[in-house]
Ligand binder design. Structure first.
Ligand SMILES: NC(=O)c1ccc[n+]([C@@H]2O[C@H](COP(=O)([O-])OP(=O)(O)OC[C@H]3O[C@@H](n4cnc5c(N)ncnc54)[C@H](OP(=O)(O)O)[C@@H]3O)[C@@H](O)[C@H]2O)c1
Length: 250
């Protein structure tokens, strides 16, 4: 496959939310290494600034923006920055997500709200910001990082699973509505070795998750590769769902 023009990754402008750590950071590096221009968003702006600097030092093109996906305007600013600075937006990777999981019985209602705001509303804000640009361009690609929790829930993950199931559904609806011009991909990781577990409040649950993460979680590069695979396909190839889990995960 030729890695130029609209086929492949080179020359594409890709915005990534949650690029300050884990999957988002690794995906941004992988895409930049393959010639994409990257627009990096996260709340920890120092981290995305540093990452953009690293990419530029290696000869790539990158821009960093403080972005909170709970704020619709931040996504609009991110998309506008891609178009203003680089002339287009080819791909938005809706990656930002949180997982402060707990049993429903613990009534951590604020954390339920946080997951809905970041994991679901954040993705909707990304879609709302990118869609008009994709329509105007006549092309675009929305890649959303969901989870194996979008396919199967387990005790403690009801709300997290609900948000991930919801974004998977939204993306399928989006594909049916605009799939003629916009490619729609959902990448669903199993356990990945990132900082994700740190948000879990209950110390015993967190310790158990950290132990199982350290025993079996995937390197985030496995998820970055899946994202890169979907982005690299020729325009007429729409990779809709990819599930990547550790072999040890049930
Ligand atoms: N790790 C896993 O086992 C696993 C499994 C399945 C799915 N996932 C999904 O993978 C995605 C990435 O998670 P990760 O594993 O890489 O975890 P991570 O290392 O904790 O990274 C999460 C990223 O999301 C960003 N983020 C959180 N809240 C945000 C907000 N309000 N606005 C903008 N950015 C925000 C964080 O940046 P700031 O804090 O700087 O804003 C960070 O860059 C998430 O959608 C997660 O649900 C992870």
């Amino acid at each position: 496959m030729t890695d130029t023009g609209k086929t492949g990754i080179r020359n594409k402008v890709v915005a990534v939310t949650g690029a300050s750590s884990g999957v988002g950071r690794t995906a941004a590096l992988a895409l930049a290494a393959r010639g994409a221009t990257v627009v990096l968003g996260a709340r920890r702006s120092d981290r995305v600034e540093r990452l953009a600097g690293e990419i530029r030092e290696r000869g790539g093109r990158a821009l960093a923006l403080a972005t909170d996906v709970r704020r619709r305007d931040d996504l609009v600013r991110m998309v506008d920055a891609a178009v203003t600075e680089f002339g287009q937006l080819d791909v938005l990777v809706n990656n930002a997500g949180i997982g402060p999981i707990s049993p429903l019985d613990a009534l951590r209602v604020d954390e339920w709200d946080d997951m809905i705001d970041v994991n679901l509303r954040g993705v909707l804000h990304g879609i709302a910001a990118a869609l008009p640009v994709f329509r105007r361009q006549g092309s675009g690609h929305l890649v959303t990082v969901a989870s194996t929790a979008a396919y199967r829930t387990v005790p403690g993950q009801a709300v997290y699973s609900a948000t991930k199931t919801a974004v998977r559904t939204v993306c399928e609806g989006l594909r049916q509505e605009v799939g003629d011009t916009v490619r729609v991909t959902v990448v669903s990781p199993g356990f990945v070795h990132t900082d994700f577990v740190h948000a879990v409040a209950d110390p015993d649950t967190r310790a158990a998750l950290l132990a199982s993460r350290d025993a079996m979680a995937l390197d985030p590069a496995a998820i970055a590769d899946a994202i890169a695979y979907a982005v690299a396909q020729p325009d007429q190839v729409d990779v809709n769902e990819i599930v990547v889990r550790p072999t040890a995960q049930r």
